[in-house]
Design a protein around this ligand. Structure first.
Ligand SMILES: Cc1cc2nc3c(=O)[nH]c(=O)nc-3n(C[C@H](O)[C@H](O)[C@H](O)COP(=O)(O)OP(=O)(O)OC[C@H]3O[C@@H](n4cnc5c(N)ncnc54)[C@H](O)[C@@H]3O)c2cc1C
Length: 204
């Protein structure tokens, strides 16, 4: 089952500070409406993973010789070592860039759902779907970092609802019919997403 996470609000705030951008600046989000950049970063974009595209973008904008050198093909092992455990915020704090809010949004990838195996049986829990997940948290270079979706499920999902991928339709309707309602997002190309109230219970 695919879970659509939202991003950590503290990480969004740190990114905006690093970029010297105001949270209320309006940006245009592809396939959606215009909204404040804070909302766009919270709900619609990958803001943790460092992708090759974002590396190229920051290399181009920062003009930093150290990064340019690190991106040379012959230094691929060094780049891999440097990237391990680092997230986008670490890249930005090491190699600052000056961008507009819209340029930053255009450089990011849309957020993707994470897949989780269903760990419950509809024979036992007729109106529920249980997921069992490992909470990805680690420390590197003195900074505490976490996985986007696993920390979302552990820290924030309990307070609201969780959006699932339409693959949930493959489940017996009795599992979800009562909960699905028109949520109206189009992040996966149209149609309402099934939305479930979340009851997180974490064990360790
Ligand atoms: C078919 C399928 C079924 C799955 N089922 C389950 C399931 O039932 N339960 C479950 O828990 N997961 C499951 N997963 C994995 C799950 O989809 C996510 O990948 C996982 O929860 C991490 O997502 P995230 O958003 O928290 O992390 P992301 O934000 O996506 O970050 C992951 C990245 O963190 C970095 N990283 C990871 N560990 C460290 C570390 N120790 N130090 C430094 N960096 C690190 C790596 O770069 C990694 O790519 C499944 C995956 C698939 C494909």
């Amino acid at each position: 089952m695919g879970v659509w996470p939202t991003n950590c609000p503290e990480l969004v705030a740190d990114l905006l500070t690093a970029l010297n951008l105001s949270a209320s600046t309006i940006v245009s989000v592809k396939e959606l409406h215009d909204m404040p950049i804070e909302e766009a970063l919270l709900n619609h974009y990958e803001i943790a993973r460092i992708t090759p595209d974002i590396l190229d973008f920051i290399n181009e904008r920062s003009g930093d010789a150290v990064l340019a050198d690190l991106l040379k093909p012959e230094r691929a092992p060094d780049l891999k070592h440097w990237l391990w455990g680092r997230q986008l915020i670490d890249l930005l704090e090491t190699f600052p860039v000056k961008v507009t809010a819209q340029e930053w949004i255009n450089a990011l990838r849309k957020i993707q759902p994470r897949l989780y195996s269903i760990s419950s049986s509809p024979k036992v829990h007729i109106n529920e779907v249980h997921l069992t997940f490992s909470n990805l948290r680690y420390s590197t270079n003195g900074k505490h970092r976490g996985g986007v979706c696993s920390t979302f499920l552990a820290d924030r999902a309990e307070k609201g609802s969780v959006d699932f991928c339409p693959e949930i339709g493959a489940l017996p309707p009795a599992c979800w019919q009562g909960y699905a309602h028109d949520y109206g997002r189009t992040r996966h190309g149209g149609g309402p997403l099934p939305r479930f109230p979340a009851r997180a219970s974490c064990t360790g």
